[in-house]
Design a protein around this ligand. Sequence first.
Ligand code: ASP
Length: 351
Amino acid sequence: MRALLALALLALGACATTAERAPRWSIVVHGGAGVIERANLTPDLEAQYRAAMQRALTTGGGVLERGGSSIDAVEAVIREMEDDPLFNAGRGAVFTAEGRNELDASIMDGRTRAAGSVAGLTRTRHPISAARAVMERSRHVMLVGEGAEAFARSHNLEEVDPSYFFTERRWQQLEENLRRNNLPVPRRPANAPPAPRAELTYPDDHQFGTVGVVALDSQGNIAAGTSTGGTTAKRWGRVGDAPIIGAGTYAQNGVCGVSATGTGEFFIRVGVARDICARMQFNGESAQEASDAVIAEVGATTNTSNEAGDGGVIVLDGRGQVAWAMNTPGMYRASQTAGGQPVIQIFADEQ
Ligand code: ASP
């Protein structure tokens, strides 16, 4: 009898330790992956990115600490990042070959596996809120172009003049890209600020900067969201993985939450976000094992130009443990759990 009692107490103790180990809330954020190298990033720009990642943790962590939902945390952080010209989402988005900003976003609620996404928006200030409206106020999952914009308008989401999204840095990246590919450079968009007299040079001249957030709240609900301007000089209504549920974004309570960034075509073909969750759910892989394996698959996939897939993912498991993986030199990323210290990293080799 005594032995049985001792065993029961031991089991209870083990449960308590396990419960203690699961954080009350947890959040992980990315600001895009790509050729982010120390030599290309001035100390000033690096400090700006690190500060932006800290702001994201403060905003999202604040919502979760107050007992807010993971969906609210994801939306609040992404809205802030969409307003930040550092990132390729909302203001600061890259340009299409025609000189427009076409914005894509998606969001998913792991509690019910409800999801919403939008693609090709040109006027809605916060595409992530449009995606959330699709999830919560329609019977649909994905709306594109004019129709998506009309839907957002009908739900009173803020609209801006398309020039709101313009940044000189992204415009110059477009010009450089089109010249390199012998394509015509479109006229500067209407209402854009006048071209600077001297050509500006940006130390960081790549096209990354998609944003994504995964959060676990104190109710045990996981949510994930992603927002992007896509890839520089995209044409023909090209849409990447960010608004594709199962590719760029996925969330399922008790299993995982994922947001991806990288060359979207490969992430769609590999089905990155859902594949990571499936490996965790059915193979019992950890978030880290599943992320590493799926990013390796992306890197082993090639396209008609024989280019291989590149990018990264941020992941939470069902209990809020954080993982990330990338096959690029860097990914802006940050995480925090209740009561823990913030972790902010940029380069792939940072520990
Ligand atoms: N995944 C995005 C897209 O393909 C771009 C990125 O994450 O950099 O549209």
